[in-house]
Design a protein around this ligand. Structure first.
Ligand code: AMP
Length: 558
């Protein structure tokens, strides 16, 4: 059987803009909660928006953007940790026909200026400076350096007018309150006229992907891309107007703004912001205080929540579902999330920014094994296939190759980089994810690593993860990473980088080869073994194989 699946067609594709979809929800659920931001300080009140109030505030913000002269297709940036204004701006830019540019709050001046210049950003909404980031100072520097950037808007630091953080120095700088005042100059009919000009296939969002090499690229996403992806996710999670979705993951990434905001708000559900950044206690408090029915996170966030010393004291009985994504979830963690956090229907989502993001997902009722070993099956109205990275042939089920996605969720392209777009999306419309995967007989997809980590030795494709899993069974090996290093004869050779168990016997290449003999094909037996104390890691806990390879090349003089 070929490793190809087309998703179900039971979820309709919406043919409307994000603004129109939201107004339909406002009409159906006017007094339901749409947006709640937990208080940052104990004892203070949460900030709350019903669908009607949120729509009023979104419209006011959209009219304010029109009053400044923001035209259809203009890029409007947001550079802020999570806050209610982030969501309001997401919907206001969608209604105003602007393209929201998500700027990573961890960026510093060099990265900010790169992104502002790359898309010719016209206006940047900036967080107040905090202990770790001088947002105001860096934004002012970008204003001076970037020709297209015309205005900065400083978000309030408390939601209370008059306490604005940035004191405007000139007419290119506005506080959020001043921006909103400008809305009076544009009538509602002006905003309605703008909305009538919009097409669901217009771009609405630019998200810069981290990319392991080179500069970040701006994935250009349309209303159609992200609204439908969010809507499908909400359908599969069974969202209704009674759901209350707790979102501790960042809005600048699609996990927050699509899997979170769009999935919930296209179903009349409430979005709940526990805080600006992730705090395990704040996430659980938000579930308890606001009756969360769904909780999101990457696996390490759930691990941190379960590890809280007072974990058992939180009332999490309202939870029923949630989303885990970003990396593989250990089975032990999944077990506890289901039994101790009551998230019986927690789903695994897999995807990437370029596919809006979710392309495969587990379904309610899937087994524990499916939710820990696979990333589910193809989303409704999308297609997945596993292709041989060399020949481009579609592989048989069970074989490892590059996972590719096709359909409505594939981005329009990388902003102003047609060459990079052509490298990522082939002539048949398949987005090449760069992830290695295999598909089982039921159409469930197992992620096996990144294609860049694949080693080609003498024409054989070798998948490090397979060898790593085998070497884990060696009694002396605590942790292992397998990489490819250059070789004159074979092109590449394998190196196993190992961390030994405390007190274990020393290990060399001959001993490892002896252990593998008869159990692994000869070409999969590592030529080199490098015993080390630790592996280089990124801040997010991903192992830096590229760095390990460079070190090995230098050390071995290859
Ligand atoms: P980003 O574009 O930043 O969302 O990163 C996308 C990448 O994250 C994918 O190409 C995968 O390598 C990885 N990823 C996303 N979701 C999962 C998941 N559920 N399991 C394993 N890896 C994942």
């Amino acid at each position: 059987m070929r490793a190809y699946t087309a998703g179900d067609t039971d979820v309709p594709l919406l043919e409307e803009t994000i603004g129109t979809n939201f107004e339909r929800m406002v009409a159906r659920f006017p007094f339901h909660d749409a947006l709640i931001e937990a208080a940052a300080v104990p004892g203070a009140d949460a900030r709350r928006w019903s669908y009607t109030k949120m729509n009023d505030d979104v419209d006011r913000l959209a009219r304010a953007l029109l009053a400044l002269g923001v035209a259809k297709g203009d890029r409007v940036g947001i550079w802020s940790p999570n806050c209610a204004e982030w969501t309001l701006l997401q919907y206001a830019t969608a209604k105003a026909g602007a393209i929201l540019v998500n700027v990573n709050p961890a960026y510093r001046s060099h990265e900010l200026e790169f992104v502002v210049k790359q898309n010719g950003m016209r206006l940047l909404v900036t967080a107040p400076s905090d202990r770790t980031s001088d947002y105001v100072g860096m934004a002012r520097q970008a204003l001076a350096e970037c020709a297209d950037l015309r205005e900065l808007v400083f978000l309030p630091d408390s939601g209370v007018d008059g306490l604005d953080a940035g004191v405007p120095a000139n007419e290119a700088e506005l506080t959020y309150a001043e921006l909103l005042k400008g809305a009076d100059a544009v009538a509602h009919s002006g905003l309605n006229a703008r909305m009538a000009e919009l097409d669901p296939h217009d771009p609405v969002n630019l998200q810069y992907t981290s990319g392991t090499t080179g500069f970040p690229k701006g994935a250009t996403l349309t209303h159609h891309n992200i609204l439908n992806n969010g809507y499908s996710i909400g359908e599969l999670l069974g969202y209704t107007e009674h759901d209350r979705v707790v979102i501790p993951v960042p809005f600048y990434h699609c996990f927050g703004m699509v899997i979170g905001n769009l999935a919930a708000l296209s179903h009349g559900a409430a979005t709940i912001i526990p805080g600006r950044g992730f705090s395990p206690a704040a996430a659980l408090e938000a579930v308890q205080d606001f009756g969360g029915t769904s909780l999101y996170g990457v696996p390490t966030m759930f691990i941190a929540e379960l590890a809280l010393p007072d974990f058992a004291s939180y009332d999490l009985a309202t939870l029923r579902t949630g989303v885990m994504a970003g990396s593989v979830c250990p089975v032990e963690v999944m077990n506890r999330v289901i039994s101790e956090m009551h998230m019986v229907d927690v789903a695994i989502c897999y995807g990437m920014t370029e596919t809006s993001p979710v392309s495969t997902m587990t379904r309610n009722g899937d087994t524990l094994q499916q939710r820990t070993e696979t990333v589910g099956r193809t989303m409704p109205r999308l297609e997945s296939q596993v292709m041989d990275p060399g020949s481009g042939e579609v592989l048989e089920r069970g074989r490892i190759g590059e996972l590719c996605t096709r359909g409505y969720a594939v981005m329009q392209g990388y902003w102003d980089q047609p060459d990079k777009t052509a490298e990522a999306i082939d002539a048949d419309g398949w987005m090449h994810t760069g992830d290695l995967a295999r598909m089982d007989d039921g159409g469930y997809v197992v992620i096996e690593g990144r294609i860049k980590d694949m080693v080609i030795r003498g024409g054989e494709n070798i998948y490090p993860r397979e060898i790593e899993e085998f070497l884990y069974s060696h009694p002396s090996i605590q942790d292992v990473q397998v990489i490819g290093v250059p070789d004159a004869k074979y092109g590449e050779e394998l190196m196993a980088c190992v961390i030994l168990r405390p007190g274990a016997e020393p290990l060399d290449a001959a001993a490892v080869a002896e252990f593998c003999r008869g159990k692994l094909a000869h070409f999969k037996i590592p030529r080199y073994v490098d015993v080390r104390e630790s592996f280089p890691m990124t801040v997010s806990g991903k192992i830096r194989k590229v760095e390990m390879r460079e070190e090995a090349v230098a050390r071995l003089g290859l």
